[in-house]
Design a binder for this molecule. Sequence first.
Ligand code: HEC
Ligand code: HEC
Ligand code: HEC
Ligand code: HEC
Ligand code: HEC
Ligand code: HEC
Length: 433
Amino acid sequence: MNIPFREDSKFCSFFPSSKSFLAIIVAILLSTCSLSWAQDSTAAAGAAPAGAAGGGDAAKGETLFKNNCAQCHAPTDERIVGPGLKGATTRNNIQWITKWVHNSQAVIASGDPYAVKIYNEYSKAQMTSFPNLSEDDIKGIFAYVDKAGAAPAPAAAGAGGAAPAAGASQSSGPSDLFMIVLVALVVVMLLVLGVLLVIVTILSKAVSGGDTETAAKGDFMSRLGNSLKGIAGDPAIRSATIWIFILLVMKVTIDGAYSVGVQQGYAPKQPISFSHKLHAGEYKIDCNYCHTGVNRGKSAHIPSANICMNCHGVIKKESPEIQKIYTSIENNTPIEWVRVHNLPDLAYFNHSQHVNVAGLECENCHGDIAKMEVIQQRSSLTMGWCIDCHRKTDVNTKDNKYYDKLVQLHASDSKEALKVADIGGLECSKCHY
Ligand code: HEC
Ligand code: HEC
Ligand code: HEC
Ligand code: HEC
Ligand code: HEC
Ligand code: HEC
């Protein structure tokens, strides 16, 4: 067997005509943009229950502290909104502290001198009341404070942030991965093909006795050069290459068409450099504290400047970013946050149904917000994305009487768990007005 040689073929004849050359360029261009636009359907189904199991007193106290107190108190001497809690149990006994935590305003109103003193010292900032914490809970919190406060300085920075945050990890989308694997495969295949052909030519030369001129020269490089010319000239290889590129272009174009209007990855600059990483991550402020609608209604709500003032009335007043909040309040003009997530008007989405009834975590749909310096849209928010989750996710029927009868009926004719799809989650009218 002999590979046909074409002496005139140069290496660039690998690109047989200007048309397919164009196609290749387009393919490369498109594939680079598709890498950043590709859909990310990793949004985890099924809620990941957060929260640590309580161990000893201090361990339980740590959870309570981080969930309730850390946004205003450090376990050290450091002052955040309120005083550092280190040594608080030596300043007052646990009964006093319990009364204080249950309702600090009542203690102040009773004229307790210490209470009045710190209240004034902290510019009359009101501490949240926690009537539901028992004395044991509070003892646990201070057992933790004693432990954490005794730790060396670096722990101070961990006023809440040091704990490994629970939550769904976000990876890059499978579509990105798919494209990379595809391209890599094509490259590897071409390489293997090339090497095989080189071997075949060299072998066939050797078999034909080495009496030809090329073989006589014997120089490896020239043989390699010739084989490459051979490969480039081979019509079968040429057309295979062209087809691979055509298929790539098609895949990329179709992907591109599906991502029209999809704002995934959108992360606009906001008027104030408000950081979720700092507030929700490090200081563990509950999402609910600012997004007050998530459990109650359709919209999650963006907090008004007054909510910021609960803390920034005292914290970092001098910072130019915080001054913008003051300006907004003085001028009575709202802060003009740039909206990130936005469904078209034809679709209906309700937060309380998903957060309160279904018990989903924010991370399921928004990614790990508590790690974001600037908010970014992580999910595609396409219809396919909604439907996909409704097909896969079990309805949270636990302790929900509304579903008891439905679960019974469902169990009588199916062994599968009750999915959102089974309760009408795929009906057009549920999501479209
Ligand atoms: C919204 C912010 C905020 C939260 C949340 C908060 N505190 Fe406070 N706390 C304060 C402020 C401010 C003061 C200072 C007194 C004042 O202005 O009312 C204070 C004072 C205290 C004091 C007295 C400090 C001292 O040195 O004697 C204790 C004890 C205390 N808080 C415990 C707690 C505990 C325990 C929790 C969590 C269950 C908690 N606080 C949650 C803001 C807060
Ligand atoms: C201290 C208040 C505060 C807390 C706590 C907070 N947020 Fe926000 N959030 C904001 C503000 C202000 C904006 C608007 C500015 C921006 O986009 O960064 C916002 C924007 C968002 C947006 C984007 C809204 C849009 O325009 O589409 C999402 C999603 C979000 N927050 C989720 C969360 C989640 C999840 C948590 C809890 C882990 C959380 N937030 C905690 C104040 C807060
Ligand atoms: C529960 C308390 C709390 C609330 C509510 C809160 N913040 Fe903060 N914020 C903090 C703390 C604590 C810091 C860190 C201060 C520091 O670094 O010393 C901070 C820091 C900041 C900073 C960085 C300031 C700088 O110059 O370093 C900005 C900007 C900011 N907050 C904006 C906001 C906005 C806007 C809101 C309202 C949507 C808000 N915050 C609501 C507690 C709060
Ligand atoms: C099932 C998915 C899902 C879950 C879970 C979810 N969100 Fe959303 N979120 C969305 C969608 C979809 C939008 C866009 C809504 C629109 O444009 O009408 C959105 C929008 C927002 C906005 C912008 C304001 C608004 O309401 O349009 C904020 C803020 C927000 N979410 C916060 C949260 C917080 C905080 C949580 C957790 C307590 C949460 N979300 C849980 C899907 C979700
Ligand atoms: C992470 C999974 C998840 C995603 C993503 C999701 N949903 Fe849901 N959805 C649920 C669950 C779980 C329920 C069931 C809640 C319940 O028990 O009523 C639900 C229920 C609903 C319902 C009520 C259905 C009924 O029969 O009562 C509507 C409407 C809805 N979702 C709309 C949407 C829209 C619109 C989107 C996309 C923008 C979306 N959902 C995205 C999980 C999801
Ligand atoms: C779980 C919620 C959900 C269900 C069920 C659902 N849709 Fe949608 N649909 C959406 C969302 C969200 C969008 C907007 C996002 C987008 O454009 O991809 C959308 C977009 C559309 C659009 C595109 C409109 C445009 O301007 O691009 C059409 C058409 C549509 N839906 C028809 C239907 C039909 C027909 C059904 C029933 C067979 C249905 N949908 C069921 C959530 C849903």
